[in-house]
Design a protein around this ligand. Sequence first.
Ligand code: SF4
Ligand code: SF4
Length: 256
Amino acid sequence: MSKPTVGIFGLTGCAGDQLLILNCEDELLDLVELLDIRDFVMANSARDEHSQLDVALVEGAVVTERDEAILRHVRQRSNMLIAIGACAATGGIPGMAPEIDRKQAFHDVYGDAAANFELAADRGRPLSDFVQVDGIIPGCPIEKHEFLGAIASLLQGNPPRLKEYPVCTECRIRENRCLLISDDALCIGSVTRAGCNARCPSLGVACIGCRGPSVDANFPSLEALLVSKGYAVKDIHDKLGVFARLPEPAEAPCAD
Ligand code: SF4
Ligand code: SF4
């Protein structure tokens, strides 16, 4: 059986997901044995930029028109496209602070060189706002075990399989003390997709939702609970908006 052809790409992001793939040192030889990796500029500058791919793994949000053009080209040459990491899956960090004028922000940071960037959107947007996405590997960055599990699924022609329940379930399994209930911390593990083994609450740090919303995430219920504990709605929305892609304002959980 021929190996599936694979490309790994980065748009606007920190490249942490691509680095995590390269850091799978014990598994890298198996990966190159199983996969025909054609285009992965972080690993090999000799690129095959045009052949058809069975699977494309794309990191980063769409911020600039260049990002959008790369993404559309990758989509057109790929049978299956998987968004890897928070930025690609939900907009992540580049999607934060929607109220900020991005053109002004680019000018503040880059000065006159800002003219070199044509923005594709009002904020960092997930891949699914532009092209069909066949699956995601969440996280900031992705988890190694989920990446390797996703490769196993992809080798069988299936998209990655993810946990649907929230981080709270992993907290319960680890018998953590609940930071929300016991300490009144602004923890959003109850609406965040599991898979990190409740890394942050296990260290006494409230979950900030880097893996994006869990299936059936109940934002109104969490918001009501946090309000009852004295949190302002704006602070709750700010926290949820860091990674969880909130509903657009018209559908937002509750009014202030
Ligand atoms: S600490 Fe956070 S993630 Fe853990 S059970 Fe409590 S609310 Fe859920
Ligand atoms: S506990 Fe929350 S913030 Fe921490 S790694 Fe898991 S999903 Fe991300």
